[in-house]
Ligand binder design. Structure first.
Ligand code: OAD
Length: 246
């Protein structure tokens, strides 16, 4: 069972890996996936988030991600995103942010050392020449497909890791988690592997595991410390306390 009372301290020379999920962007106005009004209720996974869906109905999949890209223009980072920038500013190279989120709120808040393990809404990928392109120009945010600027493929695909596909940069992720002193997850339900399994790697490598979430995640019992609440409300104070000696 996680400890919910003892105050934790993190030294300025500690190695910290943070894993974020949809919950960290919820207070910015982006829907999570598994809430009762979440994205997967309105848009079944098999319709919009698998390679088969893309083969079967490209327009439907394209429109789904275009809607989500347009939403990025309306939302802003919240205090939880900003707290992670504060941690990175203290630890510099000893900090890695792994996010399952495909929004760009971490980088807009100012985080630098980020791995987007499930891809990025801002990017498109060519399945022919494998080029990756930034597409966040307003002129691209329509229902029209975007052609590859480098080959004759007329339809770039979202640079999103769909179900049945491999998450990105797994080797780097595993290495950083194995080497960290503190593994902190924020706003993730623990339903989707391999992200949800990283806590086991962190624990077996000796890291202290900390969770910040609105509800108990599926892997709740694995945490050494758990803080329940809205990340935007509780993370700024937690970060201040964790680093108050350094
Ligand atoms: P989920 O929707 O599964 O879980 C979001 C978690 O955030 C839940 O446990 C909520 O309780 C918590 N939460 C909600 N609001 C919060 C807040 N303000 N502060 C803190 N926590 C809050 O989202 P993920 O765990 O990110 O993958 O889902 C993982 C992956 O499943 C996603 O990356 C996506 C999805 O299918 C792909 O699309 C490949």
């Amino acid at each position: 069972m996680p400890n919910i009372h003892i105050m934790l301290r993190i030294n300025s020379d500690a190695k910290v890996v943070v894993l974020t999920g949809a919950g960290i962007s919820a207070e910015s106005g982006i829907k999570t996936f598994r809430a009762s009004d979440g994205l997967w209720e309105e848009h079944p996974i098999e319709d919009v988030a698998t390679p088969y869906a893309w083969k079967k109905n490209q327009q439907l999949v394209w429109n789904f991600y275009q809607q989500r890209r347009k939403q990025l223009l309306e939302v802003q980072p919240n205090p939880a995103h900003e707290s992670l920038v504060n941690i990175e500013n203290k630890l510099i190279d000893n900090f890695l942010l792994i996010t399952q989120n495909v929004d760009d709120l971490h980088s807009r808040a100012g985080s630098k050392n980020i791995i987007h393990m499930h891809g990025e809404l801002r990017l498109l990928r060519c399945e022919e020449c494998l080029g990756i392109f930034d597409m966040m120009e307003d002129t691209h945010l329509t229902d029209d497909f975007v052609a590859c600027p480098e080959c004759d493929n007329e339809r770039l695909r979202p640079h999103i890791v769909w179900f049945h596909e491999m998450p990105l940069q797994l080797q780097e992720i595993n290495q950083a988690v194995e080497e960290c002193d503190f593994f902190i997850t924020i706003g993730t339900s623990g339903h989707v592997t391999p992200a949800a399994g990283l806590i086991y790697l962190a624990k077996s490598s000796g890291a202290t595991c900390i969770g910040v979430n609105l509800e108990h995640p599926l892997n709740y019992d694995e945490y050494d410390h758990f803080y329940q609440g809205k990340a935007g409300e509780i993370l700024p104070n937690l970060v201040e306390n964790w680093f108050s000696n350094s």
